[in-house]
Design a protein around this ligand. Structure first.
Ligand SMILES: [Zn+2]
Length: 315
């Protein structure tokens, strides 16, 4: 396997756009390459000129011409197939939902420009919701979770889609279909960052999870929840907090792991493989938010752990 991620902070990251890439592949003779972008990075930035999108430019050829950028990846996939090599594309699932949302003009630029102006229903199917803000992860006060500035990742604030939200999964499925049409043999999905989202789907999902797992008397005794239906959670954490965990936070973490796996299975295993039954699938995970460094899905029950996935990848 030969892997080229393109990372704006990594000087050598975009080397696959170099004309020397294919001759290098010929020398290495891999069976599989992991290369190219088919998730939110592509759809948020492929239509943005390099001068605007800044350091992320190395990741995407085409200088803001989305069709040319997509065609470039399609050509690369064809070249690799001609050599008998399989291609697995990168697919970011929650990150890079970037752009501007404040002010009288509403959501614009980046991902929001794509969703509002460039989403062609003939190509992508109907938009799941009219307002793209309905797709975002929410804080407890209802405002979108945001990273105001992350150097090198975007010229705009970064928002996160919520994979527990079925409408967001509809968006991801449209991207899966596009990627398969571009010729990939599989996807490696990354950035499973549930930032303690408190959207209606997450709150309902966590209550359903607790209801299935505990009787009302147990909820009262273990967690002080008198009436689950009416209970208002102050948080539903999505990340391990060293030295600051409680029994309820562990339940929230376990809910997150299971709900994310279910969402992954819905988008990639059920839908993706309905289009291409031999779709190669993996998750690119990070170890820095879990009790055991190196395993982002530690809280998954064994019967779900990497189920239906073809290989394991830890960053
Ligand atoms: Zn949510």
């Amino acid at each position: 396997m030969l892997v080229h991620w393109s990372h704006p902070l990594d000087a050598e990251g975009s080397i696959y756009v170099d004309p020397g890439y294919l001759p290098f592949v010929d020398e290495v003779q891999p069976q599989l390459v992991q290369v190219g972008f088919y998730g939110c990075i592509f759809w948020a930035f492929a239509h943005v000129p390099e001068a605007v999108r800044g350091a992320i430019q190395g990741a995407l050829p085409g200088d803001g011409n989305r069709k040319a950028c997509g065609q470039w990846f399609e050509n690369l996939n064809n070249e690799l197939h001609r050599r008998g090599i399989k291609v697995v594309g990168h697919f970011d699932v929650e990150y890079h939902v970037t752009g501007l949302i404040n002010g009288p003009q509403g959501p614009r630029e980046g991902f929001f420009k794509f969703y509002n102006e460039l989403w062609d229903e003939k190509e992508f199917g109907p938009k799941p919701v009219k307002d793209p803000l309905e797709l975002l992860q929410r804080k407890a006060d209802g405002t979108p979770f945001v990273i105001e500035h992350l150097k090198g990742y975007s010229p705009w604030p970064l928002y996160h889609g919520c994979m527990i939200n079925p409408h967001w999964r509809t968006v991801l499925k449209a991207f899966v279909k596009q990627g398969i049409e571009r010729g990939v043999d599989g996807f490696i999905a990354n950035y499973f960052y549930r930032e303690g989202c408190m959207c209606q789907w997450c709150v309902r999902g966590f209550k359903d999870y607790l209801r299935q797992r505990y009787r009302p008397a147990e909820l009262r005794r273990k967690f002080g929840i008198e009436d689950l239906h009416k209970h208002q959670f102050v948080e539903i954490v999505g990340r391990y907090q060293p030295d600051n965990m409680t029994p309820l936070r562990f339940e929230q973490l376990r809910f997150t792991s299971i709900a994310m796996k279910n969402a992954y299975d819905d988008v990639f295993i059920a839908y993706g493989r309905s289009l291409k039954p031999d779709l190669i699938l993996a998750q690119w995970l990070h170890g820095h938010y879990t009790p055991a460094p190196g395993d982002e899905r530690l809280m998954l029950p064994p019967e779900l752990w990497a189920k239906g996935e073809d290989y394991l990848w830890y960053s």
